[in-house]
Design a protein around this ligand. Structure first.
Ligand SMILES: *Cc1c(COP(=O)(O)O)cnc(C)c1O
Length: 430
């Protein structure tokens, strides 16, 4: 499969090259040249298939013959070594819990898949790669864990100092080995801008093979299709139109769901739920896409002022706004509303949601008010323990640390503080 740049000023590349580059030389995101729907039978008989078989069928065409079939199956099995429970929260409303992996966030899936692809491409140890990644919270931990000890891959993570939760910070600053953390005096948008600059800096790219592990990287983005299909398999017997509400920041996760729909997955509607960083909800209302600086909220992994993957969603719908509107709704919620939802879910439904999942729940409820015939799923994108300072005071209840978290919180943080782009450059070159 070949990939083109959404800026249309760089040559088409193979899967491998798109993964290794991360972003095209013209700064565009890569997008697959073709999307071939799977046979109808595949979805009709999906309950006969294992999760690994479903994942293989979904990703096969996007990898092409660049990874041998057996190896790709191995990578998938390794990536999906944990559960994806679909939990009924109230009638016709389900939580898809994506937090049972090593760092307890959905990003584990993409990060683990991408790390294993890079490791395969690097099998002859011919080229060292540096993964440079900006995180608003969970990407850093998932990438650090997914890439830890992977030969020939150095990882440099930028995060906004003081703007990620303590657990998140520990997950990305305590592993050591090939993982280094840079604590930036600034916002997530500043981190992301620095990373973008580094990719365009000839002095750096002449010396180092840089790649990204944000959802702009196709190997991080596409495997996120898998669990939308697992959920369909689980809920198909209910026989109702399925809708997904995805708490969205850079819109990689929801965009992967929409790709799965392009492959034929029967999804009736998508809801992109956001906090007050509402560039996309505003766009869906006005048709005007206006990036703005991000605001800090309690669902900080979604504090994004210019979602990088939204351009891919527009590409899926051939930039046809009216058509997109038929498939996507987008709503924004305040921290106050989010806290109220968390409290309600805990007290009335006996379910502990993290702030991101709660935003997803709110979006789903809003949509279902006028579409009660649907079966709704909201994505629970992180374990509530990752946002202790927010969750505990709201539910007035202590949350137990799962083993994955317990093992990390007592370790010592190790980071380098930077403020300017020049400091990042010296760090990379030095
Ligand atoms: C990254 C993240 C999101 C946003 O996902 P996108 O793919 O960037 O839209 C939502 N919730 C949590 C917990 C996250 O870590």
């Amino acid at each position: 499969m070949n990939y083109y740049s959404l800026n249309h000023k760089s040559p088409k590349v193979s899967f491998q090259e798109a993964v290794v580059r991360g972003i095209a030389p013209d700064k565009g995101l890569y997008f697959p040249e073709k999307i071939n729907p799977l046979p109808e039978d595949f979805f009709k008989n999906i309950e006969d298939l294992s999760n690994n078989e479903i994942a293989f069928a979904l990703i096969r065409q996007f990898v092409g013959d660049e990874i041998p079939e057996n190896k790709l199956k191995e990578i998938i099995a390794d990536t999906l070594s944990f559960d994806f429970p679909v939990v009924e929260v109230e009638e016709d409303v389900y939580a898809l819990e994506l937090y049972h992996g090593p760092t307890m966030a959905f990003k584990d899936v993409g990060a683990r898949f991408m790390a294993r692809c890079l490791s395969y491409f690097n099998k002859n140890n011919s080229h060292e790669v540096t993964v440079l990644v900006a995180t608003s919270g969970d990407t850093g931990g998932a990438v650090a864990s997914g890439f830890l000890g992977v030969k020939g891959v150095n990882v440099v993570i930028l995060y906004p100092g003081g703007k990620v939760s303590e657990v998140q910070e520990k997950q990305l600053t305590t592993l050591g080995q090939n993982i280094r953390a840079l604590e930036v005096n600034g916002t997530f948008d500043d981190c992301q801008a620095m990373v973008k600059n580094a990719f365009l800096d000839k002095e750096i790219t002449d010396n180092i093979q840089l790649t990204s592990a944000n959802s702009i990287n196709i190997a991080r983005w596409l495997p996120q299709m898998f669990y939308f299909a697992f959920t369909y398999k689980h809920l198909k017997k209910e026989g109702k139109p399925l809708v997904f509400s995805t708490p969205s920041g850079n819109f990689g996760n929801i965009c992967a769901g929409m790709m799965a729909q392009q492959l034929g997955l029967p999804v009736s509607h998508f809801i992109a739920s956001t906090n007050i960083n509402r560039v996309v909800p505003d766009y869906m209302e006005t048709g005007n896409y206006k990036p703005v600086p991000s605001y800090q909220t309690i669902s900080n992994a979604m504090d994004v002022g210019d979602p990088s993957n939204f351009i891919r969603i527009q590409e899926i719908y051939y930039n046809d706004f009216q058509n997109l509107k038929k498939h996507l709704s987008s709503y924004s919620f305040t921290d106050e509303e989010t806290r109220t939802a968390m409290k309600y879910l805990y007290e009335i439904r006996n379910y502990i949601a993290d702030p991101h999942g709660a935003v997803g729940y709110l979006g789903l409820k809003k949509y279902r008010k006028e579409h009660s015939e649907t079966l709704g799923v909201f994505l629970e994108t992180a374990h509530p323990v990752k946002f202790l300072d927010v969750v505990e005071p709201v539910i007035e209840q202590k949350i137990d640390f799962p083993p994955q978290i317990e093992s990390v919180v007592h370790k010592t943080k190790k980071s380098t503080i930077i403020t300017t782009y020049d400091e990042l450059r010296s760090f990379l070159l030095g």
